[in-house]
Design a protein around this ligand. Structure first.
Ligand SMILES: *[C@@H]1O[C@H](CO)[C@@H](O)[C@H](O)[C@H]1NC(C)=O
Ligand SMILES: *[C@@H]1O[C@H](CO)[C@@H](O)[C@H](O)[C@H]1NC(C)=O
Ligand SMILES: *[C@@H]1O[C@H](CO)[C@@H](O)[C@H](O)[C@H]1NC(C)=O
Ligand SMILES: *[C@@H]1O[C@H](CO)[C@@H](O)[C@H](O)[C@H]1NC(C)=O
Ligand SMILES: *[C@@H]1O[C@H](CO)[C@@H](O)[C@H](O)[C@H]1NC(C)=O
Ligand SMILES: *[C@@H]1O[C@H](CO)[C@@H](O)[C@H](O)[C@H]1NC(C)=O
Ligand SMILES: *[C@@H]1O[C@H](CO)[C@@H](O)[C@H](O)[C@H]1NC(C)=O
Ligand SMILES: *[C@@H]1O[C@H](CO)[C@@H](O)[C@H](O)[C@H]1NC(C)=O
Ligand SMILES: *[C@@H]1O[C@H](CO)[C@@H](O)[C@H](O)[C@H]1NC(C)=O
Ligand SMILES: *[C@@H]1O[C@H](CO)[C@@H](O)[C@H](O)[C@H]1NC(C)=O
Ligand SMILES: *[C@@H]1O[C@H](CO)[C@@H](O)[C@H](O)[C@H]1NC(C)=O
Ligand SMILES: *[C@@H]1O[C@H](CO)[C@@H](O)[C@H](O)[C@H]1NC(C)=O
Length: 617
């Protein structure tokens, strides 16, 4: 009796497990729990990977099952996968595009489809690697250093290519292989324990490898190394990230100029800056078309560092890394819990008691990027480079990628650029970046710089901001942030040009006026714009009117251009030229209520959909 009772309970829990899985909402919103799986005991789950179409694949080891969650939220599973290997031990899984899974156990491998059908039967190998794009895999047998590259297409047909590789020096023993798109990366060691790197394109004619020594490569912990390919126009570059053997720092390897003739290549390594302060192991994941995601924990907090290899030159000391900090106290799924989706999004599996949550994070705002300031630590500045501000502006601000702290103060200088004297710079103001001039926001992500209100005092002028190196440091890392070099951050007090147009009714009426009346009309239109904002009359000047042909309707419509000047010290409305332009644009576009513009004879026929657009000077 009691036995039956217990079975019923486990059955109920079992049903809950699958019904919740199936009711997963679709993967849509940012930083959102997309799915919650409840199991009857502590799950032993691990991420396997993301298929090119966005499906994610994970396994629950203690249930011997593979699970898929599709982008639309539906799910599927394959039962008894390790048993397919006739294995009592543990199995490893690798995802293979478009719809396959490689199961390995004790140097034997099998390929199955997502229904659990076997596509490729057991075969033995010594080393295996699945390509970054997961559409092919490579096995190696030590005997004759024989490599076989397999490619499975979408109807399950397998093609393979076999070749043997040679070292000019027989002492090299292969310890690790990488499938790099169209090439194979190889790590070998010699008795001296030194590690060497070799690379060869799959179709290379010359099968002799060239070796280059890899410094601080831990040949006993090779699983953590991850590689990515960046297809440049004239040169394919390969990047590998590994953890150095002696000091736990990250090393980035840059491989380029691979020659098809003799397999020669250029190699360069650099240390990546973050002093991560590891508590436990560090894991490296690949983010497609970006670079690497490195996971480390310190003080029970999990940190994810993002390296944008495709955009940022990490061989330059001015580099930056993106960082997310997550409180991961109860998570047992470290390392094998991340899915990187093709669109700069990750899904993390988080264990919480007897359930697994799938949480989605959009990384877009965390990925460091190049910018005009030549400083990838900076996310944005206000006012942005080359933008116009009002005379008398007394604040600037900078938003950073990561939380910041003050340092021992360094200087910020603002220069006026004298256009009539070979762009000579004349210092306007120089001050220490410290309170009360530099104030860090409550969320630690931005810095506001307070200036004297006569710093930007000349209309139609250009200025630049220079910031000395190390003006700020990271709150959670031992890293000081470089400044902004002269003329990388230009601020203007320029006038700007904008235009509007009349709809076809208005354009036809206007075209029938005499030239004198046209000119009166234009003046009156300008007056009405000034009154509508309102703003000092001299700041908006009419420039010209002309006909243009609307691309969509083919109608000939009349456009009117205006110059907006920056404010003067005593103006009531001190908005910058750009802000006035934006005000006019939203005033014209607004629908649903009647404004002064709508009831006026000179502005009533303005084309609302066209709005007020910026023109280049
Ligand atoms: C990324 O893709 C997932 C599904 O594949 C989608 O739910 C998500 O909204 C996408 N994220 C972004 C930022 O486009
Ligand atoms: C998986 O297979 C085992 C053994 O065949 C079976 O007991 C179990 O119910 C199956 N699980 C599911 C979810 O079908
Ligand atoms: C192959 O490359 C090796 C050096 O890597 C060179 O010594 C050898 O001559 C090359 N063989 C051919 C046929 O080009
Ligand atoms: C990698 O090396 C090549 C050739 O030396 C170089 O052009 C490229 O800029 C390097 N990439 C980085 C990120 O330093
Ligand atoms: C490696 O990178 C450093 C730093 O950028 C550079 O000075 C050096 O020339 C590079 N070496 C090679 C072989 O590209
Ligand atoms: C992490 O979050 C848990 C639950 O919210 C909390 O109890 C714990 O103190 C947090 N740990 C840290 C290090 O912030
Ligand atoms: C600067 O501030 C002072 C005091 O608040 C004010 O009198 C002056 O008009 C301001 N100058 C500018 C250019 O805004
Ligand atoms: C920076 O300044 C702009 C304009 O004053 C403001 O809109 C923005 O919120 C500020 N940003 C921060 C982070 O203070
Ligand atoms: C800019 O240079 C011109 C020509 O040398 C000079 O006459 C003028 O005074 C300078 N402007 C300022 C603001 O120094
Ligand atoms: C239109 O402008 C003319 C001068 O250009 C002026 O005399 C007239 O009063 C204006 N009319 C209106 C309605 O503003
Ligand atoms: C608008 O035009 C009508 C007809 O031409 C005229 O009667 C009216 O006074 C004008 N209104 C304004 C505000 O100019
Ligand atoms: C032009 O705008 C006026 C005022 O909104 C409107 O009465 C007229 O129908 C519009 N003409 C066209 C062709 O949309």
């Amino acid at each position: 009796m009691s036995a039956i009772f217990r079975r019923n309970i486990s059955l109920i829990i079992f049903i809950t497990f699958f019904s919740i899985l199936i009711s997963c909402p679709s993967i849509q919103t940012k930083d959102l729990v997309i799915c919650n799986i409840v199991t009857n005991n502590l799950p032993d789950a691990a991420a396997i990977g993301t298929f090119a179409d966005g499906k994610i694949l994970f396994n629950i080891g203690n249930e011997d099952s593979l699970h898929l969650i599709k982008p639309d939220g539906t799910s599927d599973f394959i039962n008894n996968t390790c048993k397919l290997m006739d294995s009592k031990g543990s199995c490893n899984y690798h995802l293979l595009n478009p719809n396959y899974v490689i199961i390995t156990s004790k140097h034997t491998c099998k390929v199955i489809d997502l229904m659990g059908n076997i596509i490729l039967k057991n075969f033995k190998y010594d080393k295996m690697s699945v390509s970054e794009k997961n559409d092919r895999f490579l096995i190696m047998k030590h005997k004759n250093n024989e490599f076989t590259e397999y490619n499975v297409n979408n109807i399950g047909r397998i093609s393979k290519r076999i070749s043997s590789l040679y070292f000019s020096n027989k002492r090299h023993k292969i310890t690790e292989i990488f499938s790099l798109d169209n090439a194979w990366g190889i790590i070998s060691t010699t008795k001296g324990d030194n590690s060497f790197f070799s690379i060869i394109e799959a179709q290379a004619k010359n099968k002799t490898l060239i070796v280059e020594e890899l410094y601080d490569y831990d040949s006993t912990d090779t699983d953590t190394t991850k590689c990515i390919t960046n297809n440049q126009i004239n040169d394919i570059q390969y990047y590998c990230l590994y953890i150095s053997s002696n000091d736990n720092t990250l090393k980035l390897l840059n491989i380029s100029n691979l020659s098809l003739n003799n397999n020669s290549f250029n190699i360069n390594t650099t240390d990546l800056t973050p002093d991560i302060g590891f508590d436990t192991d560090t894991y490296i994941h690949v983010i497609p078309n970006v670079g690497f995601l490195v996971e480390a924990t310190a003080y029970l907090k999990t940190k994810y560092y993002i390296f944008n290899i495709f955009e940022i030159n990490y061989f330059d000391q001015n580099n930056a890394f993106g960082e997310l900090i997550v409180n991961n106290t109860y998570n047992n799924f470290l390392g094998s819990h991340i899915f990187t989706l093709p669109n700069k999004t990750i899904v993390r599996m988080i264990e919480n008691h007897n359930s697994i949550k799938f949480v989605q994070n959009d990384l877009t705002s965390k990925i460091p990027k190049n910018n005009p300031y030549n400083n990838p630590h900076i996310k944005q500045v206000y006012p942005p480079n080359n933008e116009s501000i009002a005379i008398g502006t007394d604040k600037l601000n900078i938003t950073f990628l990561n939380p910041i702290d003050p340092t021992i103060a360094t200087y910020i200088s603002i220069y006026y650029i004298n256009n009539t004297n070979n762009d000579e710079s004349i210092l306007r103001q120089k001050f220490l970046c410290t309170s009360p001039y530099c104030i860090i926001s409550k969320d630690f992500y931005s810095l506001t710089i307070y200036l004297s209100n006569n710093t930007f005092n000349i209309p139609n002028a250009s200025y630049y901001v220079e910031i000395d190196d190390k003006f700020i440091e990271y709150k959670y890392e031992l890293i000081k942030i470089p400044g902004i070099k002269p003329r990388n951050w230009i601020i203007k007090t320029d006038s700007i040009l904008g235009k509007l147009r009349l709809n076809s009714t208005g354009s036809d009426k206007f075209r029938n006026l005499s030239d004198a009346k046209k000119s009166v009309f234009f003046d009156n239109m300008t007056n009405e714009l000034v009154r509508s904002i309102p703003i000092d009359y001299w700041r908006i000047k009419n420039v010209k009117y002309e006909d243009e042909i609307d691309m969509v309707s083919g109608a000939t419509l009349t456009t009117f251009s205006f110059q907006i000047d920056p404010p003067k010290t005593h103006d009531i409305n001190k908005n910058s030229s750009k802000e006035v332009l934006e005000d006019l644009n939203s005033l014209i576009r607004s629908q649903g209520f009647t404004s002064n513009l709508d009831i006026n004879n000179y502005t009533g026929d303005i084309d609302k959909d066209y709005g007020f657009q910026k023109e280049s000077m």
